[in-house]
Design a protein around this ligand. Structure first.
Ligand SMILES: O=c1ccn([C@@H]2O[C@H](COP(=O)(O)OP(=O)(O)O[C@H]3O[C@H](CO)[C@@H](O)[C@H](O)[C@H]3O)[C@@H](O)[C@H]2O)c(=O)[nH]1
Length: 343
């Protein structure tokens, strides 16, 4: 059977493709290659440069590649940007997923692992957040994903063969432990890459977006989880997919680190000073997010391997040092063929 991976040249998608291939799966990647530099798609996978909105082309790929299941990563995922400009979030994330689901239905592909987010919880009433916590997003990114959760739930109720598992990610971070894949967003807004780029001297300081939150040091607390542990959750979810599966799982470590904790840990890992400047809060940011992962541990046997923030940042620092210009750098991982040629 072949697994279709949407967004398979992106940060999390590329790491997952590597794990799927290592597990002996046949993989087909689609990616629109927008938003800056992408990882090269490995030659063992087939690749089609497609956007989620291209329903007919998606149907052609699903039929010609004999797709059996889908892992759906492709999405816009910047909380701040979604507040400034919500329409692309609903178009790309919500309408794009609708197009994908229509293509699946036309092609008789009925099982999907979906990348959801802790941003669907909004400001949680209790920490750690369980899957039963109320979902009330405070930014369009979270809403764009929550709408998809409802669409998937409705499909599972109405279509007998349809099954899904939705993974609600907390803050995915770090890079492949073997150094082969990294994190390269454009524009870069994520905290750990911004800290590492400051350590590399590519930017003068890290801007702390708010120090008046109701937390011990006044900065936001997040649950950082290593990208390879998120990918492991996808492989387990893939195996657990059945017709009528209708389940959501939090994927986080139940740990909480403030923005200042992350800056200090990055200083320790890199041995370099990271100057900071304070700015006002970024609209759409909840003060504290951390996951209960009891359900995915109990039901799927998920067991994260990289559980310290130091280890997560070390894996990223390893890649950033060797790729100071991201995938454009002249390094071993960046020199392979462009993903667009690899069809
Ligand atoms: O230069 C920076 C960047 C970020 N932050 C703060 O650091 C925290 C983490 O921010 P970031 O790394 O941008 O991640 P989030 O906005 O928390 O979003 C991530 O976590 C979401 C879940 O909330 C995922 O779904 C998103 O895809 C993913 O980008 C937040 O409190 C930010 O306000 C700063 O203070 N300065």
């Amino acid at each position: 059977m072949t697994i279709l991976v949407t967004g398979g040249a992106g940060y999390i998608g590329s790491h997952c493709v590597q794990q799927l291939l290592a597990a002996g799966q046949k993989v087909c990647v689609i990616d629109n290659l927008s938003r800056g530099h992408r990882a090269a798609v490995p030659s063992q996978a087939s690749f089609f440069q497609l956007d989620l909105s291209e329903t007919d082309e998606l149907i052609d790929v699903m039929k010609s590649q004999r797709i059996e299941k889908v892992i759906h990563f492709a999405a816009l995922a910047y909380v701040g940007e979604s507040v400034e400009n919500p329409l692309p979030y609903y178009a790309n994330n919500t309408a794009g997923t609708l197009s994908l689901l229509q293509a699946m239905r036309q092609s008789r592909v009925s099982q999907i692992v979906f990348s959801s987010t802790c941003a669907t919880y909004g400001i949680p009433e209790t920490i750690p957040v369980t899957e039963e916590s109320a979902q009330s997003p405070i930014n369009p990114y979270g809403w764009s994903k929550l709408f998809i959760e409802q669409i998937l739930t409705d499909c599972a109720h109405s279509y007998p063969n349809f099954g899904f598992i939705g993974l609600r990610y907390f803050n995915v971070a770090g890079c492949a432990i073997n150094g082969s894949l990294g994190e390269d967003h454009s524009p870069e807004t994520h905290l750990i890459p911004n800290c590492l780029n400051t350590a590399l001297g590519k930017q003068s300081h890290v801007t702390i977006l708010g120090n008046d939150y109701p937390t011990a040091d006044g900065t936001c607390i997040r649950d950082y989880i290593h990208v390879e542990d998120i990918c492991q959750a996808h492989l387990l979810a893939l195996n657990a997919l059945t017709p009528q599966a209708n389940r959501f799982y939090n994927v986080g470590l139940s740990s909480g680190f403030s923005v200042l904790d992350v800056v200090q840990t990055t200083e320790q890992v890199t041995g370099r000073a990271i100057p900071i400047e304070y700015q006002a809060r970024r609209p759409g940011d909840p003060p504290v997010l951390s996951a209960s992962h009891e359900k995915i541990t109990r039901e799927l046997g998920w067991s994260p391997r990289h559980t310290s923030l130091t280890e997560i940042i070390e894996s990223a620092w390893n890649w950033f040092q060797k790729h100071p210009d991201g995938y454009q750098s002249k390094g071993p991982a960046a020199s392979s063929s462009e993903s667009g040629e690899n069809t």
